[in-house]
Design a protein around this ligand. Structure first.
Ligand SMILES: Cc1cc2nc3c(=O)[nH]c(=O)nc-3n(C[C@H](O)[C@H](O)[C@H](O)COP(=O)(O)OP(=O)(O)OC[C@H]3O[C@@H](n4cnc5c(N)ncnc54)[C@H](O)[C@@H]3O)c2cc1C
Length: 306
């Protein structure tokens, strides 16, 4: 009787410890899996403050043909907000990840860093110096990449908008990738997965979508059709409204003056024309065959088509 009881107790003990061991193993497995999947990453978001060229009036340009910045409200470049959203999603999925915003421009451009912080970014830098003024895309990407080398030499991911609405070149993201010798994925629609070593992204290209994967560190540029950025968070606004955005100068990032601003810019914008359609220059057509044929005839005569 005693022996039977002892065997039953030993079996129960083995069963219990076995189960426990299984649970512990399972827990360890999940923990290691979680640690494996969730990598702390350093993400830098490139954000530009731009004049709102979507609502231009007749005074949008100066007589010299440059953008009259005082006549246009300064806004967060729209596609940079899409870029920020992708970065914030990765931060949520990968605890410990930091999102740092980098902007280059005059003092007031610091507003975009704070705006990004109100929406979830950890902090950022304003790259500002007289020597950066008049930069074309080459000098802009030189300055941005030099700054990234300075404050985030171990960056995992750099995310920017596809293009800025004032210059519209879409060159800066790819040029930053070239200068830092990083892989690049342009036209990003959505980040599907990122394990801290590789990233899988859906690209929206002409005529379809493409799913591509590359190794980190890399540069992404994000389309305006990607997910919209989350709104400001009231608590974050209260917490960061008095934050001073740290500034970086040419000297701080050890930039070569001959590659900065006007001196480092082979492209010169000679003249920019502002074309504002006035009501009397527009026509209303009904969509009838007659109207369409008339329009085609008119466009052919003016050599616009044909
Ligand atoms: C009407 C006009 C035409 C121009 N044409 C040319 C041209 O043909 N060639 C040329 O070299 N320059 C040109 N420029 C100058 C060009 O706009 C600036 O060099 C600008 O700093 C970078 O180019 P972009 O705005 O076209 O950026 P894009 O390449 O369109 O920007 C792509 C992304 O890069 C990031 N980024 C760009 N600038 C900054 C910044 N200052 N700070 C942080 N992130 C940034 C953002 O994430 C942005 O979404 C032009 C400017 C104007 C106003």
């Amino acid at each position: 009787m005693f022996i039977c009881l002892l065997i039953a107790k030993i079996r129960l003990f083995i069963k219990k410890t076995g189960r426990k061991a299984f649970k512990v193993r399972k827990m360890l497995y999940f923990c290691t899996n979680f640690i494996e999947v969730c990598k702390k990453m350093k993400i830098v978001v490139l954000a530009k403050q731009v004049p709102d060229t979507r609502n231009v009036g007749p005074d949008a340009m100066t007589p010299e043909g440059t953008v009259n910045r005082s006549a246009l409200p300064a806004i967060f470049n729209p596609e940079d907000l899409n870029a920020l959203e992708q970065a914030l999603r990765l931060k949520e999925q990968n605890p410990g990840t930091t999102v740092t915003v980098l902007t280059m421009g005059p003092d007031r451009a610091a507003e975009v860093v704070k705006e990004a912080m109100y929406r979830g970014a950890d902090g950022g830098y304003l790259l500002t110096d007289r020597a950066f003024a008049g930069a074309d895309t080459l000098a802009t990407s030189y300055a941005l990449s030099t700054a990234i080398r300075h404050f985030a030499p171990d960056v995992d991911l750099i995310i920017g908008g596809r293009q800025a609405i004032d210059g519209d070149t879409a060159q800066v993201g790819p040029q930053v990738a070239e200068k830092l010798e990083l892989n690049q994925i342009t036209y990003t629609e959505e980040v599907l997965a990122c394990d801290g070593k590789t990233i899988c992204v859906v690209r929206h290209i002409d005529g379809g979508v493409e799913t591509v994967e590359t190794a980190l560190p890399c540069v992404l540029t994000v389309n305006g059709s990607a997910a919209a950025c989350r709104p400001r968070n009231a608590k974050r606004v209260m917490a960061y409204k008095k934050t001073e955005v740290p500034k970086l100068t040419c000297a701080d990032v050890n930039a070569d003056l001959s590659q900065c601003g006007l001196a480092g810019s082979p492209t010169k914008v000679k003249n920019v024309e502002n074309i504002v359609f006035k009501a009397k220059e527009s026509k209303s057509l009904t969509g009838s065959d007659e109207d369409i044929n008339g329009l085609i005839q008119e466009l052919m005569e003016s050599h616009t088509i044909g």
